[in-house]
Design a protein around this ligand. Sequence first.
Ligand code: DAH
Length: 355
Amino acid sequence: MSTARLEEVRRAFVAELEQAGTSADGVEKVRVKFAGQRSGKLKELAEALRALPNDQKRDYGRALNELKQEIESRLAEAKQAAVTEIRVKDPGTANAKGHAPTVAVGRPVDVTLPGLPVARGAEHPVHIVRRRIEEIFLRMGYDVEAGPEVEDDWHNFEALNIPPDHPARDDQDTFYLADGHLLRTHTSPVQARVMESRQPPIRIVVPGRVFRRDSDLRHSPMFHQIEGLLVDEGITFGHLKATLEAFLHELFSDRVAVRLRPGYFPFTEPSAEVDISCIFCAQKGCGVCSGSGWIEILGSGMVDPRVFEAVGIDAGRYTGFAFGLGLDRVAMLVYGIPDLRQLFAGDQRLTRQFA
Ligand code: DAH
């Protein structure tokens, strides 16, 4: 055993530590092999000291000491730099925004670093309103239904007692598709679809997107409605009024007054427009209610017997009521949003306020 052997061990140590790089596991293996208490190379070299002739002990001892110090300090350094390593094999798919995965294949990951911040979304105000209204009607025993946004003329118009030459078609500037289908102009066609497919008792609400060729401060080519329909034996206008009052009190406040005015819809007879007392000025008159003290909130009425006839429900046995309201309008009212189009601009400065 000689100082040459020490140099040999030193070189092996340096090479192996180099190879371990920043792998914590690798560095630990090198430590055990060279500086391990029980069977490390250093221990072996120290035991060899005793067997040396006396005149070599001093040089060997000094060199061994230096080697020991070097190994210990290099190990300490390597340990500092080492990370717990995860080799990422699968880069995964890009996230929803199309951003590339944040970790490159095969790159070591320092799992002790703080993670990327989690981006928290917010519920859209229209969705909040929709959910609240659904909850109110679910508690009253209604089901939530849906229907297609691309509709046919029958369900959007004809079955609802709006024949081709009916002036009500002019109110609803319709987007027509080349094949004769159309984008539904209201959620009412789902009434017809549900009544065609099942017999009373029927109690449904239908939220959804609707489309009209219209765009200004208060109109957007796409907006949201929720439709309600109840059909059973013995349903009267009294049920309609009580249901809508209960609904509007729950949605806005017990303190709002509810007013029914005569209205006209082809699919209901009689029909009523429903107002609530202005929630902004306590009916003193303000910009929101145009000085009237009332805010028009929904359309409603008793299902016209001609609609029952069209969808195959016995109008002699059953009666029912229906109503429809704009979700966007309610969201604008409740949250004081002045321009309808802001709801659909996708600007996070708006939606963040609802987080
Ligand atoms: N469909 C009507 C509209 O878009 C709203 C409506 C009024 C729906 C009266 C109804 C109803 O079910 O009974 O303006």
